[in-house]
Design a protein around this ligand. Structure first.
Ligand code: FRU
Length: 493
């Protein structure tokens, strides 16, 4: 297989640059970029005995730039091994970026990557325009060759009014009858996002099938990074809308994540929407992608950053961008819920447990501290309703990041204002916790530079990154009013 100069250069560069980053400077069990910059998860799939996770990758700088595909594999979603960069922007049709996409297995056992090729081209009026087209590459799990007839889906196939400029992020899946489908994000004539559905017998020759779902100005503008799959007896359409307008409860401003739950009429290629929800109420979550595990679990990984908050980072960092934990999706009361993959248990080290700790004011518990920690908390009123419950982590005299629960208005607030950042910006986010009588269950996973908070058995989730020095590792509790608390704490190895 012949390799382009661009890909060779990236592979040589990343191998050297990676050596300058010690394991201690990275998250322990979340995938971080090998070197430089990472955004969306791509090509998340099980192939040849391992989970493959590719990602939007700019190896040379810690800012977004010419998009490559980085690559890593894992057997358990927790221990990741880097593989050489898979794609570089080295063809005429993707010279301005190999944008997001997905992976599937071909009948002959090879791995098929479907991605968006971006190129800036002069239009009829002489002005430069960015064109986005879907392209294929085929490989063996390490090396990939771009398909000679690329692009495989281009603007000429699209219905009237569909944008050829905003047309990206194909997510492919293979049906039981061996046919392939893919969904892609697109912008309709009204400027609003829509999801297009395509069909193929072999993964290379594609036909436009239908407009699967239209935004019609409801949830932000352009819809990026769609994913579409069956979950229990529902179909779920996930997408990441740009420019969301908050509704004060479910959706925050900015770049958000949306899950539409409903049914799929395969004959017409139409999604029949029933309900909508956000996937994550935290500060740093975007562009999630799912895969089906061999044992039938629908597992999702998201980019654990957000376009609106990329300025919040460590000074002079050598890497920027990490992925969330892999999370199992399940349905409860019509909502898509999440829990960490069951594999997480293998990391559990020393266990510290406390039951029925009744306190008011500040509280510290022996053995409860650290930056690679799993915490299961259950908080309830002791007698009367309390006013506020707080947990501080990554804490010392100067710094802390916190979760505060205000049961009177069922509000859980994440706050990283005191995490050591010197930047102003978005440091707080709220989640309106569903029905509760002051009883709250929190499952918190800390891994050096992040916190993922699963609320009430994963009904709601808050994810955020923070870059406090690693030596700052205190955990403490506080309550305004008397609370009764159970704590299960594991060091994660
Ligand atoms: C989403 C996104 C995608 C695009 C990629 C480019 O975060 O904007 O739509 O493919 O990032 O890096």
């Amino acid at each position: 297989m012949e390799m382009s100069q661009e890909l060779l250069k990236a592979r040589e560069y990343e191998e050297q640059a990676e050596k300058k980053i010690s394991a201690k400077e990275r998250p322990g069990f979340h995938l971080s970029v090998r070197t430089g910059w990472m955004n969306d998860p791509n090509g998340f799939s099980f192939y040849d005995g391992a989970y493959h996770l590719f990602y939007q990758y700019q190896p040379y700088e810690t800012n977004w730039g010419p998009m490559h595909w980085g690559h890593a594999v894992s057997k358990d979603f927790l221990h990741w091994e880097y593989l050489p960069a898979a794609l570089a922007p080295d063809a005429a049709y993707d010279k301005d970026g190999c944008f997001s996409g997905s992976a599937a297995v071909l009948p002959d056992g090879r791995q098929l990557l479907l991605y968006t090729g971006v190129s800036k081209e002069a239009g009829a009026d002489g002005k430069e325009k960015e064109i986005q087209r879907q392209c294929a590459a085929v490989g063996n799990g390490t090396d990939y060759e771009k398909y000679e007839k690329n692009p495989v889906i281009d603007g000429n196939m699209l219905p009237v009014g569909a944008s050829k400029i905003d047309f990206r992020d194909p997510k492919i899946w293979r049906e039981e009858d061996d046919r392939y489908f893919c969904v892609a994000g697109n912008r309709a004539e009204d400027g609003s996002g829509q999801i297009l559905l395509f069909e193929s017998g072999n993964g290379f020759d594609w036909n436009f099938k239908s407009v699967l779902c239209e935004n019609k100005g409801r949830f932000g503008s352009m819809w990026e990074c769609p994913d579409f799959f069956k979950l229990e007896d529902k179909w779920v359409l996930i997408t990441s809308p740009q420019d969301m307008l908050t509704d004060g409860r479910e959706y925050p401003n900015g770049n958000g994540t949306l899950a539409l739950v409903g049914a799929f009429d395969k004959a017409s290629g139409k999604f029949l929407e029933e309900t909508n929800q956000t996937l994550d109420f935290g500060i740093d979550f975007y562009a999630p992608q799912t895969t089906l595990t061999p044992d039938g679990r629908r597992v999702m990984i998201g980019w654990m950053q957000n376009w609106d908050t990329c300025g919040i980072r460590k000074e002079n960092t050598k890497w920027f961008g990490q992925m969330t934990l892999a999370r199992e999706l399940f349905m409860k009361n019509g909502r898509v819920c999440q829990r960490p993959v069951k594999e997480l248990e293998i990391l559990r080290g020393e266990k510290t447990e406390y039951r029925n700790v009744v306190f008011e004011g500040e509280k510290r518990l022996d053995g409860v501290k650290g930056r690679r920690v799993e915490l299961e908390l259950c908080i309830r009123p002791e007698k009367e309703m309390y006013h506020k419950f707080m947990i501080h982590f990554a804490e010392n005299e100067s710094f802390h990041t916190s979760l505060g629960f205000f049961p009177m208005d069922s509000r859980l607030e994440f706050d990283r204002s005191f995490s050591g950042t010197r930047r102003a910006g978005l440091h707080k986010k709220d989640c309106r916790v569903f029905e509760n009588e002051g009883e709250l269950r929190l499952h918190i996973i800390l891994d050096h530079y992040s916190a993922e908070v699963f609320i009430n058995d994963g009904e709601q989730v808050m994810t955020a990154a923070f870059y406090t020095e690693l030596a700052v590792d205190g955990i403490s509790f506080a309550a305004d009013g008397e609370v009764c608390m159970d704590v299960v704490h594991y060091q994660l190895g």
